[in-house]
Design a protein around this ligand. Structure first.
Ligand SMILES: [Fe+2]
Length: 181
């Protein structure tokens, strides 16, 4: 599945536009992370794009979250590596390789970056690492963002919080035209 088809597939599964925008933002962050690690960008992009595919229909039954997505992805024969990465963001036992660990941090930092972009007139353009790090410390800002999943990135995948934020900004800027950010 190429990225255009993958985004169409993601759009077809999202009931809310905010969910679709979140998916694409995580796709962007995963792209930048894959390049940093010299990994396969398309595989990482799809994992980001599909990680919350079932968000809008599992809202009422969180125990199905990621499992429903995995089912849909198997139906269209998406790579098992991607499916494992999707499962990993909700199930620790699936965090078995670099990509399935990275998705957790990409998810959290994308949430913080999108919230930051939304309060700036220039959106993601010209966003600075230092201002995002200030937002990270402001607990009242975007309270739904799990700060631990950003702050523990070094222990988990060996890059600093600074690098995660810098790569996250780069990744978000790359997909920004698709999600008006
Ligand atoms: Fe997510």
């Amino acid at each position: 599945m190429d990225i255009t088809e993958a985004r169409e597939f993601a759009r077809s599964k999202c009931e809310k536009d905010t969910t679709y925008r979140h998916l694409v933002s995580v796709e962007g962050v995963m792209r930048a992370l894959s390049r940093r690690f010299g990994e396969n960008e398309e595989t990482w992009a799809l994992t980001g794009l599909f990680h919350d595919l079932d968000q809008d229909i599992t809202d009422s039954d969180p125990s199905r979250h990621a499992l429903q997505a995995a089912e849909w992805l198997r139906e269209v024969a998406v790579d098992e590596l991607v499916i494992n990465g999707v499962l990993a963001h909700n199930f620790e036992e699936n965090r078995t390789d670099l990509m399935s660990k990275a998705i957790v941090h990409a998810d959290a930092v994308a949430g913080l970056l999108v919230a930051t972009a939304l309060v700036r007139p220039e959106k993601s353009a010209g966003m600075k690492v230092s201002s995002v790090r200030k937002k990270l410390k402001e607990k009242a800002f975007a309270p739904g963002v799990n700060r631990d999943e950003i702050n523990d990135v070094e222990d988990s995948i060996g890059i600093s919080v600074e690098d995660l934020v810098a790569l996250g900004i780069e990744g978000l800027q790359q997909v920004a035209p698709e999600i008006d950010l």
